[in-house]
Design a protein around this ligand. Sequence first.
Ligand SMILES: [Zn+2]
Length: 391
Amino acid sequence: MKEMLDKIREQAEKQIAETVTPESLDEIRVSVLGKKGELTQILKGMKDVAPEERPKVGQMVNAVRDVLENSIAEKKKELKAKVIEKKMESEWLDVTRPGNRTVRGHKHPNQIALEDLERVFIGMGYEVVEGPEIEYDRMNFKLLNIPEDHPAKDEQDTFYIARHDESKGETTEDDIVLRTQTSSVQARVMLAAGRLKETSKGFPERSLPIKLISPGRVFRSDEVDATHSPSFHQVEGLVIGENVTMADLKGTLDQFAKEFFGPDTKTKLRPHHFPFTEPSAEVDVTCFKCHGTGRVKKLEEVKEDGKLVRREVDCACTACKSSGWIEILGCGMVHPDVLEMCGINDSSNPDAPVYTGFAFGIGLERVALLKYEIADMRLLYENDIRFLEQF
Ligand SMILES: [Zn+2]
């Protein structure tokens, strides 16, 4: 019996010494000391041992158990220390190392200009309304008084998605286009607010007066060059109420120009024609570079007595082509036919209230290019972070 116990102890101690993981150590413990372990089996077999021998055998078994339990505990400590050591080695942290810098994006000049514009108009009590980029001919053209034969409706100017009567070469009001202007939002809002109460998705019934700007992407089939792109952005404004006059329009645009381009900016209205408005005007602002003088001072290197010196020279302003004025937008009083078609006014009812209103359209890229002195519109769409970071 003693030999058998010695053999079990020797074998187990050898295994314990060789083991390298806490898991395999536990396996050894179970196989020797566990319920079905070798030592336990011997204790269970005591009934076959002569009664006078039993205490002795019991002592021997317990002695081996004590020895093995000690060895296992020692080994366990050793392995635990090793695991911690290994972890320390693999997970060391150099607190003096510089952190990883997160690359931050940058707001696009268009977005900066848009937020600036929105801030100005929200400050004047306008709401911001957006609408679909894919639009019905009726919303984009017909309700805005753009006649069937208007050149803007030509396929060379407008992207048609679906034409219902292509065979006749005519457009119908159900034709679907990529909107050429965000004025289509104005049509939808007027329909929802006027006596027709015609609502559409995103345009629930509302009441008068209307005071909104609608920013968004528009599409025209233009070739890409320094000042054109098939897709660009507009911010259109619409105000409709009782006794709205051209003086309100002029005052609004004056305020916008002062806040957006600088407090000494002046505005000038030139007569123009737009189908949507009558009368219509184009608006110029005094050049923000030369402040309307048409001349700017520039530092130039010139040779004086054989030496290069820097001198301030007077030269023509390139921003306004020395005219002192820069064209920024189109505007006018909303055409009576538009107010009638969109259900704002009802000429057949002499008792119905008569509303008037004004509208304006700002090219977002145009003002961004002007404000940030960017020479080529294509730079806005290349998304080169080195370019964008400058604004
Ligand atoms: Zn100028």
